[in-house]
Ligand binder design. Sequence first.
Ligand SMILES: Nc1ncnc2c1ncn2[C@@H]1O[C@H](COP(=O)(O)OP(=O)(O)OP(=O)(O)O)[C@@H](O)[C@H]1O
Ligand SMILES: [Mg+2]
Length: 465
Amino acid sequence: MRLQPVAGKTGAVAQSGAHILVADDQADVSEALRLLLKGEGFKIETVNSPAKALAAIKERAFDLVLMDLNYARDTTSGQEGLDLLTRIQAVDSSLPVVVMTAWANVELAVAAMRHGARDFIQKPWENARLLSVIRTQIELAQALKKGHRLEAENELLRGATGPKMIAESPTMLPVLQLINRVGPSDANVLITGENGTGKGLVARSLHAVSARADKPLLVVNMGGLSEGVFESELFGHVKGAFTDARSDRVGRFELADGGTLFLDEIANIPLHQQAKLLRVLETGEFEPVGSSRTLRANVRFLSATNADLRAEVDAGRFRQDLLFRLNTVEIHVPPLRERPEDILPLANFFLQQHARRYRKNLAGFQPAAAQLLREHPWPGNVRELDHAVERAALMAQNPQVEPADLGLRGEGDSAPRLEDMSLEDVERFLIRKMLARFDGNAKKAADALGLSRSAFYRRLEKYRL
Ligand SMILES: Nc1ncnc2c1ncn2[C@@H]1O[C@H](COP(=O)(O)OP(=O)(O)OP(=O)(O)O)[C@@H](O)[C@H]1O
Ligand SMILES: [Mg+2]
């Protein structure tokens, strides 16, 4: 889907005379911008403080704001600029704001985009890029006013049934099959996998294909519940049950009645709370804190963990009977490094999402950037990929994302070319790389290199790794 209107005559005509507010406390910068933009036919007003910028926006209509992030009171953190951004959003969220940041302050630029800026320019700026960003943002804002984007977004929403899951690699096939087979039933499902592999997404997909889909899916992060709130959060409490219980509270079980309860980070609950949970799983019955009335809820349980629950059972930290209740069916989501076919489809999917969100015209990845994505080990899995692509969407200056935009270690790497290395150097290089990829796990590194364990250890010794 293209949200960027094609620049054409209409856009150019509509833009002449567009009204731009420039906010910067350096007089020479303001003056240079005023001259440049006036020469292009824009109407310009300049202000030198956040307060004046806000006052101007409240009084007069602008088509775009071009603002610096740093002002006199605090010249480096950009906090004043970020505050101003938030205030502008509150006055008129459809007004496009382009921020200017010092060269190399990428973090601040990213923060600004998250605070609602539509794009950013690094100082010192290139005139051509500055003008192109300004024109694009004014056009997009005009298109938005006409409702174009709204229509496109509605269409997107209408088309959506359940969350979209990208799964092209053969290792994801069992996951898809299980979702389709087990999803519609009321079976309890335990979802396992490393951080960021998509366990939450699997839970939402299971709920979406179930008969409970039009009832709520409630998520409880079991790792985040402190001792004191666990019971009242899950089972509710009655007024006066404890000092802070000033009124009755409905717990998650009751709220999820007829629907699905997703117990995330299940390995993190202490043993005595596990006993309480087990009872509800077995009987569907529970009592709110401070009440002797037994309630029943018809709930389907999904749970997720990145821990090895069997090992936790062996270590005496997790009840075996609870594990049996939770994992009527287990779905294991493989790490991203075991599903290389998914990397580029996921990257393109995220790129479209972030491009839309940040209103940028991004078409795809340059071949070198795509290669970098394929080769990265992705210890943080799909979430790490999502974040790398978000960063790239913010950084990209051209429709094709470049390797450097991704901010992954190793781009434009100083690693020597293979043909310039000795055979021994190549061996050492590969062994290091595989050890890093598998977090120092020698067996996995040896397997990946097709070496026996002993051959692998001999080489570790030889290269003193
Ligand atoms: N196969 C996929 N297709 C599309 N998006 C995905 C896929 N897998 C994960 N995502 C997205 O990646 C992000 C991380 O996934 P999710 O939160 O489900 O991971 P998780 O395994 O629950 O992580 P954690 O262990 O840290 O809780 C989410 O935004 C999710 O929507
Ligand atoms: Mg999760």
